[in-house]
Design a protein around this ligand. Sequence first.
Ligand SMILES: [Zn+2]
Length: 370
Amino acid sequence: MRTSIILVVGLALAVFAAAFSTAQSRTPKTLDIYVVDVEGGNATLFVSPSGEALLIDTGNAGAAAVRDAERIMAAVKDAGLQQINHLITTHWHGDHFGGMAELASRIQIREFIDHGPNVQPAAAADEFLQKTYPQLYAKAKHTIVKPGDKIPVAGLDVRVVTSAGETIKTALPGAGKPNPNCANFKAGENNAEDPQSVGTHITFGKFRTLHLGDLTMNKEFELMCPNDRIGAVDVLLGLHHGQATSNSEVLVHALHPRVAVMNNGTRKGGEPVVMKTVHSSPGLEDLWQLHFSVLSGQEYTVPGMFIANGIDEQQPALPIAPIPAPQPGAAPAPVHNGTAYWIKVSAQQDGSFTVTNTRNGFSKTYRAGL
Ligand SMILES: [Zn+2]
């Protein structure tokens, strides 16, 4: 009798110990987001806990295409990916689709997703869409998305919220409250393609993030007014490079992001008006940036430890006043051909997440439940 009790207790302990050691050896399953530096273009890579990969945009065209494809590949290798399952091209501007052909020659892309035809005639984009793009998706899948569509990625809920100038008509679960910022909205000016951007909302457990491509202010208003159809997010990604044609309070303040990651360049984005809107956003803990921007100056910049890449034209002292954004046709920023660093967001199912600046190793964890 006694022996059998000891035996049963012993067995139970052994089973418990085995279960415990399995739990210990299992690596944590995270959603990893690489915000790649493509010099004021966009390339944001999502790696789901299942290993499935979604890339939003492929960086710049022309002479920069190889550079940007290589920078995306560095993140692809870091994540241990063998393929890119889904590629969303937000819109047909060269800083968003430019590296696509170079990237596709380096890794298999299984699905090409976009908003449909280019609506802003431009020689480079039109030629790409007529000749190159159909060849790229010929051996893969080509999908034109509309608001409300789901992109199937195991372990994540990936939902299209804007595309081809349309927005979702019904609120996402938990959203839909009146947006008090709508009363103060002032309409903006924009080109034809930015407002066409494919915008994507991604949920992983309790973690929520949003990438709207280069969606401009007037579309932000359509999406967020009179009722906020998105609801709060933990991390707001992209921010149209931090440019003033987007990032209205109607969007940013209503989203209540804890963290924003801006894909700006040294002379693109980070403008004072955007910095004010982001920093006055309720609940914002930190803004992280891909580049130092001279358009911020010392007055508006975030501390260097939140900036992944510096400036290519070192100045003896940082001017306090921001410099005005360059006019169209101005000389381009000096080329940054050295090492480029990404910002990595690693999110847990409980809603907590860690952001890391790979240049200086600075890392900060944002706890769940706030
Ligand atoms: Zn852009």
